[in-house]
Design a protein around this ligand. Structure first.
Ligand code: FE
Length: 399
């Protein structure tokens, strides 16, 4: 007997890798789920089930994968944001920038860090995110970065959202340590600890003007690779760094931002199979002077994924909003944006064998939307269309 049957949907979007339309749209159809996994999609035949969800008049699609977040942080940068949108300098004493958040984060115990992040994850889940990356990078010191890694482990136990942990010790330069010494600490102590204790899957670095140099980035990512942490990069957000070639050479899982990446570099990344992560809410929240040219990246052969970049500078929890902005700001079709927020985002986290599409054998991470056609996802700007969220076959949100 099937555990859960979702039946008679108006549309099912499988988002399968080989779908000719990109989203595998099946008009009508059902999904059978047992033991947390998908048994069958589309025509599932007559079957008995412990639980049935009637999905008539509804769209059913994979749970969103948010492949770039800084969901763990202390304090708030609301004062800075309010000042910036009005074209003013932030008030004296308000936390500003990464350095401001680092001071606030270092004050927190591991439990406090987790307690502040859980409501953010709850909001993400309510908007359909079933897998999320979570980066360190507001510790910028040995103990404080280890606390963030440990917080990621505890988060995983405290939310239905599946957490993918990334060590981003190379997020910014600490104010209280010379840069050489800090890079040495990352390479010699943090990366080996994170790997040995199974606290991270990826090693990330922020290569840009005012952050880490190409040479430092290379050292950090090479250390990650040597310890089995796959590379990711914050790349070219504010200048062309040349790190795209490094990412291609290392076979990075993803490169994120890409505002100043050249077409030739994008071709090189595309040929190397590196996924591009675009974050339209960040481009909006920081009023970026040069929003990323996503059509150019696709034209250069890159697979594009979408993410919120939830962080103190971009307090966005909804992948639906990300899809909406990606369609209008980047010129993605609705189908391209949905695929980028599911299968491609899973690829950016190297989880596409288990999540990101609705196919037999994959995890049953499923959304039921209270609309009849998927295009509404792009059209209803700012609405939450999610009625039900199913994680590993279990209904975890019902609205
Ligand atoms: Fe980031």
């Amino acid at each position: 007997m099937t555990d859960l049957l979702i039946r008679n949907a108006a549309e099912i979007l499988t988002c399968a890798a080989d779908a000719p339309d990109g989203i595998g749209r099946l008009p009508g159809g059902s999904i059978a789920i047992s033991d947390g996994l998908i048994e069958a999609v589309g025509e599932v035949g007559a079957r008995r089930a412990h639980k049935v969800i009637e999905a008539a008049g509804r769209v059913v699609l994979p749970g969103f994968v948010d492949c770039h977040t800084h969901v763990l942080f202390g304090g708030s940068r609301v004062e800075e944001y309010a000042a910036r949108v009005a074209g003013r300098e932030p008030p004296a004493g308000a936390p500003v920038g990464i350095a401001g958040t680092v001071r606030e984060t270092r004050r927190l115990s591991t439990d406090a860090l987790v307690a502040q992040a859980l409501p953010r994850l709850g909001e993400m889940l309510a908007h359909g995110t079933t897998t999320a990356e979570s980066k360190t990078g507001y510790g910028l010191a040995l103990e404080a970065e280890l606390r963030m890694l440990e917080a990621n482990r505890r988060l995983a136990a405290g939310t239905p959202v599946e957490i993918v942990s990334t060590l981003l010790a190379a997020h910014a330069l600490p104010e209280d340590m010379p840069r050489d010494e800090y890079v040495g600490l990352i390479v010699g102590r943090l990366v080996p600890r994170a790997a040995a204790e199974g606290l991270a899957r990826f090693c990330d670095a922020y290569c840009d003007q005012g952050y880490f140099t190409l040479e430092e980035t290379q050292r950090v990512l090479a250390a990650g690779v040597a310890h089995g942490l796959a590379p990711k990069l914050h790349l070219d957000a504010y200048s062309t760094t040349g790190a795209a070639r490094l990412a291609a050479d290392l076979g990075a899982a993803s490169v994120d931002h890409l505002n100043f990446t050249s077409p030739e570099e994008a071709e090189c990344l595309g040929a190397a199979g590196v996924v591009a992560v675009a974050m339209p809410c960040l481009d909006l929240a920081v009023a970026h002077p040069r929003p990323v040219d996503v059509r150019g990246l696709i034209g250069a052969g890159m697979t594009v994924a979408l993410a919120t970049d939830l962080c103190p500078a971009c307090h966005v929890a909804s992948m639906q909003l990300v899809i909406q902005l990606a369609c209008r700001l980047y010129g993605l079709s609705v189908a391209e944006a949905i695929r980028a927020a599911t299968l491609h985002a899973a690829m950016a986290l190297r989880r596409d064998k288990t999540v990101g599409s609705l196919e037999p054998g994959k995890q049953a991470d499923v959304l039921v939307l209270g609309v009849e056609r998927h295009e509404e996802l792009a059209y209803r700007i700012g609405s939450n269309l999610v009625e039900r969220v199913i994680k590993r076959g279990r209904v975890v949100v019902e609205r």
